[in-house]
Design a protein around this ligand. Sequence first.
Ligand code: SF4
Length: 330
Amino acid sequence: MRPDAAALVAPAVGRDRVIAFDKRGGAAGVAGIVRTARAVREAGFDAAIAVQRSLRTALVLALAGVPRRIGFAGAPGAPFYHRRVVASGRHARDRLLSLVEGLDVPRPDPPPDPRLVVDPAASRAVATLLSEAGLAPSDRLLVVAPGSAWATKRWPAQRFGSLARALAPEFDAVAIVGAGGDAALAAAVVRGLSAGGGKTPLAIDLCGRTDTAGLVAAIERSGLVVANDSAAGHVAGALGRPVVSLFGPTVPAFGFAPIGPRVRVVERDLECRPCARHGGDACPIRTHACMESIEVAQVAAAAREALADPGPGIPAAGGVAARRTSGDRP
Ligand code: SF4
C-alpha cells in the first residue's frame, strides 16, 4: 500500500504486516519494484488480490512469485494475473468486492461497510493537540475539511466557518483538518467563523499538524464532519460518524461517495454536472456554480439531519439534494 494508506490500515491488521510501497519515493523505478517484490516474496503469500489496476502492482506480484494472483479483467496488469474478474457493482466498494470471486468465495451479501480502527497512539497525540488548543473533554467538536486536490471540488472555505457558526448551538469548537498547504483555506474558515453575531465556537487549526493516523483520530473525536468530496468524508463514514459530503463537478453515481450509516450528500442539480471524473483546476464554464450555489443553510440542514436519527433521504429545497448514501444507492 501507499505509505499514507498503510497508516489507515495498520491499526486494523493486528499481528499481520503492512508492506508500504512508495512508488514516488523509496520504491520508485525498476529498483523499487524489485525491492518491493523481494519483500512480498519473503512474506510468503499464498494468494494476492490486486485491487490496483496498475501494471506496476501486477509486476511486483509476478516478480514475487505469488502462486495465485487475482485482479480485474481489462486492467493493464491483467496479463500477469491467474484469475481475471469482471468488476460489477455501482459503488467502488462493491466493485472491489467482486475480486473475492477470484478466490471462489461468494461475495458477501449485504456487502460490509468500510471500517477503520483508530491508532491509540495517534488518538493520544490528537487529544493532547486539542487540549493544548483549549478543547475540554466534554466539548462537542465539529471537524471541517475545506481542502481537495482539485480546486473545483472545494466549497468556498469561508462558508465552512459560517457553517460552524450556524451550528454553534450544537458544537463548542471546530477543528480544521487538512495538509500543511491548506493554511490559506484554514485562514478563510476562521474569517467565516468571525463574521456575524452570536456564539463563536473555538477554532482549532490542525492543518499540517496531523498525519493520516492523526486525521482518523481527530475525526473519531468529532461529533460531525463536513467535507468536500475528499478523504475526510470517507474516514468519517468508515468510523460511523455523521458526515456531510459536498459534491460539485463529480457525482456520487461515479461510485465514490462516502459510505456509512449517517452520511449525507449535498449537491446542486445542474445540467453541467458532472463535468469531470475526478475534478479539475478550473470550472470549464467559469461559474463554479456547482459549489458556489450550495448555501450554508442547506449544509446546516443536512448536518442536523445527519446528527439526528438516520432515516431515508429528504430532498431539500432549492434544487439542492441532501440525501443518505449507501453503496447500493450511489
Ligand atoms: S462546469 Fe458545472 S460542474 Fe463543472 S465545475 Fe463548472 S459549475 Fe461545476
